[in-house]
Design a protein around this ligand. Structure first.
Ligand code: HEC
Ligand code: HEC
Ligand code: HEC
Length: 133
């Protein structure tokens, strides 16, 4: 009995180890996207965005959005905010353009493009993303 239990425990430990080494990265289900500290609000109604990340990750390829990942860095997913910090809304790698530039991988860019192809993707500023608190 005790031997069986020990065997069970060590097999479980081996399984957990195998799973965690294969899944070297995690895929968060929800991500709250907030402006970096000191970054100017462009409009009074701008609120943090609750992003259904898992919902997207099962429908799209990781690299559709994580555009700086290469085969070498794949598995070390870094937040967009690590690079997209600039306060200037016209800066190419600024905070604003990461989410709003006209094409993917920006949120609005991808949604607008898919809308034009008949998708149902939400595009309203306050109805889709910046929901008032
Ligand atoms: C629709 C675009 C999109 C897709 C598809 C996507 N992600 Fe993300 N991911 C994001 C955004 C946006 C964030 C939040 C970045 C931020 O907060 O600056 C994020 C955050 C993450 C984070 C957290 C980074 C951190 O340390 O905060 C991980 C890990 C991650 N994604 C992995 C994945 C993996 C793995 C896949 C594919 C299975 C994937 N993502 C697919 C857009 C996407
Ligand atoms: C390692 C740094 C880095 C990370 C991480 C990163 N980006 Fe970028 N991104 C850049 C740079 C630099 C540019 C400028 C053009 C280029 O080099 O591709 C850019 C350009 C863009 C553009 C085009 C902007 C425009 O108006 O032309 C979008 C949209 C974008 N990134 C979205 C994202 C999103 C969304 C994420 C996270 C899922 C992300 N980026 C993660 C560095 C990064
Ligand atoms: C590369 C394309 C792409 C990007 C980038 C993208 N989305 Fe989406 N988004 C989708 C698709 C596809 C759907 C599902 C549309 C449908 O069901 O017809 C969706 C749906 C949604 C929904 C509705 C979810 C639901 O439950 O119906 C929200 C909210 C959303 N996206 C927010 C965001 C935010 C915030 C970002 C940026 C951080 C983002 N999306 C970036 C493709 C994208």
């Amino acid at each position: 009995m005790l031997r069986n239990m020990l065997l069970f425990v060590s097999l479980t430990a081996m399984l957990i180890f195998a799973v965690t080494t294969v899944l070297a990265y995690e895929v968060p289900d929800k991500v709250l996207i907030e402006r970096p500290k000191g970054n100017q609000k462009l409009n009074s109604w701008v609120a943090p965005v609750s992003f259904p990340h898992g919902f997207h990750a099962i429908r799209l390829a990781c690299r559709d959005c994580h555009h700086k990942e290469t085969d070498k860095t794949l598995g070390k997913y870094v937040p967009c905010r690590q690079c997209h910090t600039d306060d200037d809304p016209t800066a190419e790698s600024g905070f604003y353009r990461a989410w709003h530039s006209p094409g993917p991988p920006s949120c609005l860019g991808c949604h607008t493009q898919m809308r034009s192809e008949g998708g149902k993707n939400p595009v309203g500023c306050t109805t889709a993303c910046h929901k008032p608190k």
